[in-house]
Design a binder for this molecule. Structure first.
Ligand code: SF4
Ligand code: SF4
Length: 185
């Protein structure tokens, strides 16, 4: 209930390039990317398709930054009919979560007739969402804390960075220990 009533913060798209802003409006809905996305093949949820990722963020930017908002007040008679529908907190959290359902393989870029630089776009959008307070997502918080504390996401101190190699050597999965360069701290 609390989530439903919470207002979506004004998202700051200024970190996106002009090209990326245009890309949010460049999807022709041709559906090519759907045939090639390995994550969609694995989890058949329409909202995680490259097409849905792009269209939903396009909807968010229009809802918050529509030029008509300069002339028409939201909530008025005209506003109800002419302004894009407001995005709810529930929707924006769902959209943010779907943006991370991606292996960054770039297949969608290669097959897209509009040549949208999808991965760069998703990454810029994720950054923008976190900066605007939509994130880190609940299941990312541990990774962020670990990165801050240990400079790695595995929740282990720096001294244990090469632990996995030693285990692999002990289990005879590798013959020699590879040289791992440790940064000076
Ligand atoms: S980059 Fe992401 S969205 Fe695009 S095809 Fe690969 S997994 Fe799917
Ligand atoms: S291939 Fe490109 S233009 Fe076609 S639906 Fe996917 S993102 Fe949109």
């Amino acid at each position: 209930m609390e989530q439903k009533n919470k207002k979506v913060p004004n998202l700051d798209f200024s970190g996106l390039s002009w090209n990326q802003l245009m890309e949010l409006d460049s999807c022709t809905r041709c559906g090519q990317c759907l045939k090639w996305c390995p994550v969609y093949e694995f989890d058949n949820k329409e909202a995680i398709t490259p097409m849905a990722k792009i269209l939903s963020m396009g909807r968010v930017i229009r809802s918050q930054h529509s030029i008509f908002k300069k002339f028409i007040k939201p909530g008025t008679f005209l506003g109800k009919y002419l302004l894009p529908k407001e995005i709810s907190m529930e929707e924006i959290n769902e959209i943010a979560s779907n943006l991370y359902e991606c292996s960054t393989c770039r297949q969608c870029h290669f097959v897209c007739p509009s040549r949208i630089d999808t991965v760069e776009l998703y990454e810029a959008l994720r950054k923008m969402l976190v900066k605007s307070g939509i994130g880190p997502l609940e299941n990312h918080k541990g990774l962020v804390t670990s990165s801050k504390n240990y400079d790695n996401p595995w929740q282990r101190p720096r001294s244990q960075r090469d632990r996995w190699v030693k285990i692999a050597k002990k289990d005879k999965r590798i013959k020699v220990l590879p040289q791992i360069i440790k940064p000076v701290v």
